[in-house]
Design a protein around this ligand. Structure first.
Ligand code: ATR
Length: 290
């Protein structure tokens, strides 16, 4: 029986067991996906124990994503760009470090937009860890321009510079060019919103317990889509206002579902399908989360 799990501290709130449990049942795979609590000081020894016990790998959540990055013997590109690892795959000759967040957002956006962003402009809010996955997703969807707006503009400017260079060095063969990336502050919002195809929030504003994002959506063209990667609450204030203005909206559950698919494949050997039953299971789990 294949074994995998999610390691975190605390780990009780993780929705990963719901995702993997759903797919294990759907595909009739004999496997287990466990919650593994581990304090930061026990992270390395816990990973060693799991390897000794024959686990296929683990997902890593707060606060272990940087420690997982440091521990990996080999780091895939998205992990390097993110500086964080959410999937460790145990191989005979070492531990592989992946980051699947950008992949998750890419596929959620592709589904919500019914296509990619070739020749289009996207505005991404935020310049933290989550913004890095966001930029990877927009790059994979082949956006032409990415405006990164952040409360502290300097963070956005340095992130734009860093990722434009990093992605230029590793562009996949079918990509003709790297998107142009421009970092600035929220004061530029009205100007950059005008011909945007997509707005993506990667800030933590709007998350339950945090202040909502202050952003006037009037500047956004009616045809633009609005995505929030926050899924707690599922309908953030930003998405509510976007919906009221008639924009297409993409919530954070899509990214959560799709980011788990490569992990499931690495652990259990089948690339799973994201469907409405899975969404319903997550909505139910969120509603019952304390
Ligand atoms: P994460 O790894 O989740 O991205 P982070 O690195 O702490 O977390 O980044 C949080 C992001 O949310 C940052 O872009 C932060 O803006 P600053 O860099 O200016 O601090 C942004 N953020 C948090 N609260 C915000 C708010 N109320 N309004 C706008 N941006 C906010």
């Amino acid at each position: 029986m294949k074994r995998a799990g999610v390691i975190g501290w605390p780990v009780d709130h993780s929705l990963s067991p719901v995702l993997h449990g759903y797919w294990l049942k759907q595909y009739g795979i004999e496997g287990s996906y466990e919650k593994i609590p581990a304090a930061p000081e026990d992270f390395t020894s816990t990973i060693q124990r799991l390897r000794d016990e024959g686990f296929s790998g683990v997902n890593c959540t707060v606060p272990h994503k940087e420690a997982a990055f440091a521990l990996a013997d080999e780091r895939k590109l998205a992990a390097k760009i993110s500086g964080a690892v959410n999937l460790l795959v145990f191989r005979e000759n070492g531990v592989e470090g992946h980051n699947t967040d950008g992949f998750g957002l890419q596929h959620s956006l592709r589904e919500g937009l019914h296509g990619d962003l070739v020749g289009k402009k996207a505005v991404l809010l935020g310049a933290g860890g989550a913004a890095r996955g966001g930029i990877l997703a927009l790059n994979a969807l082949r956006a032409e321009e990415i405006y990164i707006l952040n409360r502290h503009p300097d963070r956005a400017k340095s992130l734009a510079l860093e990722l434009e260079n990093a992605l230029r060095d590793v562009q996949e063969p079918h990509h003709t060019c790297t998107p142009k990336m421009i970092g600035s502050g929220f004061e530029d919002w009205k100007r950059v919103a005008q011909d945007a195809e997509l707005l993506v929030n990667t800030t933590s504003a709007g998350m339950s317990g945090n202040l909502p994002l202050e952003l006037d959506l009037a500047a956004l063209p009616p045809a633009a889509a609005v995505c929030d990667i926050v899924y707690n609450p599922l309908e953030t204030d930003l998405l509510k206002r976007a919906k009221a203005r008639g924009h297409r909206t993409i919530d954070g559950l899509g990214m959560l579902m799709y980011q788990a698919a490569p992990s499931f494949e690495a652990f259990f050997g089948t690339f799973p399908h994201v469907d409405n039953g899975l969404r319903a299971a997550l909505v139910d789990a969120l509603a019952h989360r304390t």
